[in-house]
Design a binder for this molecule. Sequence first.
Ligand code: ZN
Ligand code: ZN
Length: 434
Amino acid sequence: MHDYKCVIHVHTDNSPDSLASFEDVVLGAAWGKADVVAVTDHDSLALKPKEGWIEAFGHRFLLLVGEEVTTASGGHYLALGIERPVEPGLPAGRVIEEVASQGGAGFIEHPFFKGNPWFRAPAAAWPDWNVAGFTGLSVFNFTSDWGNRITPLGFLLYGAWPGLAVDRPTPKTVKKWDELAGFGRVVGIGTVDAHLYTARLGRWTLEAHPFRYFFHSIRTHILTDQPLSGDLEHDREVFLRALKSGSCFISNDYLGEGEGFLFYAVDETGRVVARMGESVEAPSGVTLVVRCPEIRRAGGVSRGEKGVTLLRVTMIHDGRAELVRTYAVDHGGGGWLMSEKGVTSTPGGRWLMSEKEIKGTPEGVASIQGERSYSNGRFEAVHLAYILNGAPMLTYNVKGTGAYRVEVEMKIHGRLKPWIYSNNIYLTRPDLAE
Ligand SMILES: [Zn+2]
Ligand SMILES: [Zn+2]
């Protein structure tokens, strides 16, 4: 299984609202070490002849060119893998059809973007839910999820600390995604919607959010059986197939590299029966498995509290949180630590119970520690911490049919921020006529 980091939805100066040159894109891709970059200018395929592998600044990446199509109702549809430009101003259903007929993948963009009066950004919401045939939607769009709430002060602030700009997706978008997933596969991707803007401050012209940071932020990681080969036609097909099938996940790589994240379903014998985007008939005995990436601290802002990074993993079934677990990663070399009751302590002396007092060590756990907690001097509870060798792995015995996905959050500067969104695994039970 290969994991490729894709930066999707980049605007160049072929869009009226971005000043980025082609060289800015190449520089950004190299800076962010992106594997695939998809440029999608507004209603334009002008850069299509530039598609292909590019080697620059000691980095090699695949540049693909799509189009962000404006529909009749002012919505934006991200068309990837198309050969001929789609005319703007057509009804949403026609735009979706046109992209599909060219063999492309299409995603509804920022469906609830209200616009931002501070920056004269017009609203670009998607009112046309009465359509079918789209591949999915952009669940996390860096610029519009940020643009929904940014003020001029924030604009300057985030110019200095660009990694903090992006916070979480617009909740309505995530809710819509879950709603749609109840009717069949709808693929969620993360996009940057990168523009190069400048701001005037007296006689100074400032580059707002540094353009290159977009290339190491919200990325869609595609998981493929076949490696990218260096051949444009072949690799574009591999990319499109992963997106269309939902074999991908969203990661805010600025917080920590998402590479290594896996979510799949196994049967009683441990055989993998479904991966992200796939459906499987789910008789009893299906277990969902989540593997978190290892936290690599170099390059990001992964500074946890007191040398410990907290992760919260949530299993979501048809839009409802069904299991929430908190983990702490001790960067002091203690490995992973998981507490049944949420994180109550950090390794290194505060765990009070001896191993003798704890009965039984679950399989795959290197060691186990416990702590008694007291409230007003009275014994309250025992908290157990499992110290794992490597990244945390969570298993979940499925209780019902439906769409299952995973969110991983990371605590940064005292707040939990989304780090990873998986795609759904769909468990069906056709033997029960509904
Ligand atoms: Zn847009
Ligand atoms: Zn855009």
